[in-house]
Ligand binder design. Structure first.
Ligand SMILES: NC(=O)c1ccc[n+]([C@@H]2O[C@H](COP(=O)([O-])OP(=O)(O)OC[C@H]3O[C@@H](n4cnc5c(N)ncnc54)[C@H](O)[C@@H]3O)[C@@H](O)[C@H]2O)c1
Ligand SMILES: [Zn+2]
Length: 384
């Protein structure tokens, strides 16, 4: 028998920068970044793809980007035009949005030493990251997340993708960005629901990893509801930090079956789908967490008081814990199978051992799921 054994590892590193007004001429973070990543002997280009929801909220944005890059044109060349696409889940559902980005990468000669930058919510960033990852087998990709959810969760991680065969994230890759730039100025134009929906991901990491952070969320729920920017900056930083630590310390490309960061997500993904994405990802995650927390309670893992604390945080920040579509029981149950299929391997669901610590299980009892749904229904209609 002839045999060649092959094994190597590839190191990935990227920074998540937190800085206000990132495209202001006096803000040198980006300029310094491009100088650091300069490839000798090549003129690097940057192609911007922007979520039109962000431009509506920040009408000067395109002018600002143009002016920033004309000031530093020695360092990097901005591709003209900047591409604008509709934000939200639609951009992951329509393949013509992906085609438009691929077409621009081709037309403007964006090579592997140049950059594709996405500015937008999690949906746009997922799609732009995917377009960058599959073009020329991977172009440098920069993210400028503009929603709470993308700044504290999706934008700082390593996954991207689009929906296909009517299934969420069916096409996608693990492809870390080369830099992430979180600018709080973008958050000022968010609709209230996009402000609060990202809070669900912070509750998620707190519940499975850090009781002290959960207590901080309890103590600051009212400030968060009132759109206090300082409170939100802390929430985003702490959540992004825990998210990054988890990715670096565990299984970044998810080769095993465990997915603690997907706590609450099996039902959330199904709910997003059956509501035709009328329910935002973060809103669905809050409901999914409430469901799996209630299930954890009925399994004897967390007390009624602890369950009450979780539901109360969601209530106080303005996130619902029930949606009538949860009652389409069998449909929801299919979510478990789809979740397993998407992740691969053995079904692995994270429940709560106690506040601040997740615990994996490999099966769920349908009657107990049903009982949990009924509890949340009663809770949300009459506040039991
Ligand atoms: N890759 C990952 O690891 C990962 C993790 C979690 C979620 N996601 C994905 O992220 C997506 C959800 O992202 P989201 O919650 O950021 O919402 P979103 O991207 O769907 O955006 C919601 C809305 O906000 C608008 N918007 C974005 N930024 C704005 C701003 N600054 N001002 C005003 N409007 C703005 C958008 O145009 C859109 O209409 C889902 O597709 C989800 O699957 C990916
Ligand atoms: Zn999520």
């Amino acid at each position: 028998m002839d045999l060649i054994k092959q094994s190597f590892s590839v190191n990935f590193s990227y920074n998540v920068y937190f800085s206000e007004d990132i495209f202001h001429k006096n803000n040198l973070i980006l300029k310094n970044f491009f100088e650091e990543y300069n490839s000798r002997g090549t003129k690097q280009k940057i192609l911007f793809v922007i979520d039109d929801g962000v431009v509506n909220g920040h009408p000067q944005l395109i002018e600002k980007i143009n002016s920033y890059f004309s000031t530093y044109s020695e360092t990097i060349e901005l591709v003209d035009p900047i591409i604008l696409l509709p934000g939200g889940e639609e951009v992951k559902n329509r393949s013509n949005a992906l085609d438009e980005v691929l077409d621009a990468i081709n037309t403007y000669g964006i090579d592997r030493h140049s950059y594709v930058a996405g500015v937008g919510g999690g949906a746009l960033l997922d799609m732009v990251g995917y377009a960058s990852a599959i073009s020329h087998r991977g172009i440098r990709h920069l993210r400028f997340p503009t929603t709470v959810l993308s700044q504290n969760d999706s934008g700082v991680g390593v996954k991207n993708g689009i929906n296909y065969f009517n299934k969420k994230n069916f096409l996608g890759t693990f492809a870390p960005p080369i830099g992430v730039f979180n600018d709080p100025v973008f958050l000022r134009s968010l609709e209230e629901r996009d402000w609060r929906s990202g809070i669900a991901e912070a509750v998620k990491v707190a519940l499975i990893k850090d009781l002290a952070f959960f207590e901080w969320l309890e103590n600051n729920a009212d400030r968060l509801r009132q759109q206090d920017e300082e409170a939100m900056k802390y929430l985003i930083f702490r959540c992004a930090q825990m998210h990054c630590d988890h990715i670096a310390g565990g299984d970044p490309f998810e080769t095993g079956s465990a997915r603690p960061l997907d706590f609450g997500h099996w039902a959330a993904h199904k709910l997003e789908h059956i509501t035709h994405y009328e329910v935002r990802h973060g809103e669905a995650v809050a409901i999914g967490i409430a469901l799996d927390s209630t299930y954890s309670h009925y399994t004897g893992m967390i007390s009624r008081d602890d369950l009450q604390r979780i539901i109360s945080v969601f209530n106080r920040v303005g996130l619902n814990v029930f949606h009538e579509k949860l009652e389409e029981g069998r449909t929801l149950q299919r979510g478990l199978d789809e979740f397993r299929e998407h992740l691969g391997g053995q079904l692995t669901i994270t429940l709560l051992e106690h506040l601040g610590k997740g615990m994996e299980v490999h099966e769920m009892d349908y009657d107990r799921i049903e009982k949990s749904i009924q509890f949340l229904k009663r809770y949300s209609t009459q506040k039991v």
